[in-house]
Design a protein around this ligand. Sequence first.
Ligand SMILES: C[S@@+](CC[C@H](N)C(=O)[O-])C[C@H]1O[C@@H](n2cnc3c(N)ncnc32)[C@H](O)[C@@H]1O
Length: 221
Amino acid sequence: MFTRIAGRYDLMNSLMTGGRHHAWRRAAAREIVTAPPGLVLDLATGTADLALAVRRRDPARTVVGADFAEAMVVEARRKLASRGERRIPLLAADALALPFPDATFACVASAFLLRNLEDLARGLAEMRRVTKPGGHVVALDITSPAIPGWDTVFKLYFHRVVPAVGALVAGDRQAYTYLPQSVARFVSPDELRRLMERVGWSAVRYRRLGLGTIALHVGVA
Ligand SMILES: C[S@@+](CC[C@H](N)C(=O)[O-])C[C@H]1O[C@@H](n2cnc3c(N)ncnc32)[C@H](O)[C@@H]1O
């Protein structure tokens, strides 16, 4: 599915969020750069927007971008080349079986990955495994806002308007029907915090952004 929509992915993000998605990645990047010095992994990098936000915030960092959809990596590579960005190596990797030794990264970050994982606990445990002791995890994802009334408006927009825009702009109603469904069946921010703690992350906290529609989780290995 991500291979199918790769070419229109950035445009759809900007249309769906009114351009706000960059501000959410910037907020994640501000957390990421507080990790100890060392490599950052942008897991499920997609078109590399989070990796770029981290490099803008801390030009001394090297950020490894990994994704299992080749077409996304192709889009990322094109974007990085057009910006002359040389310190974001990209590679193919499955978040459920990461091709890295234990304790490789100072920070493992992801944006809009977790709700797509077939086995969330395993993905979180893999992220923990490849993080150095004292390293950080930073995870950004969409969540249902817990505000009565606004929650209803958000669901209406997400389940009705977004699939129609996806059909029109990306030519893929199915992918943009999956999107709100994946959010609806995803764990709540509190459940995610508890699960992160269960697989070995400590001091896990989160805050909401985007009028409560985005959760930003942070933890320490
Ligand atoms: C919604 S996109 C997010 C892309 C990017 N992080 C961003 O901020 O826009 C989800 C990405 O997760 C990738 N993905 C999903 N499951 C994955 C897995 N098991 N391993 C690696 N990448 C995965 C998809 O290929 C896709 O690029």
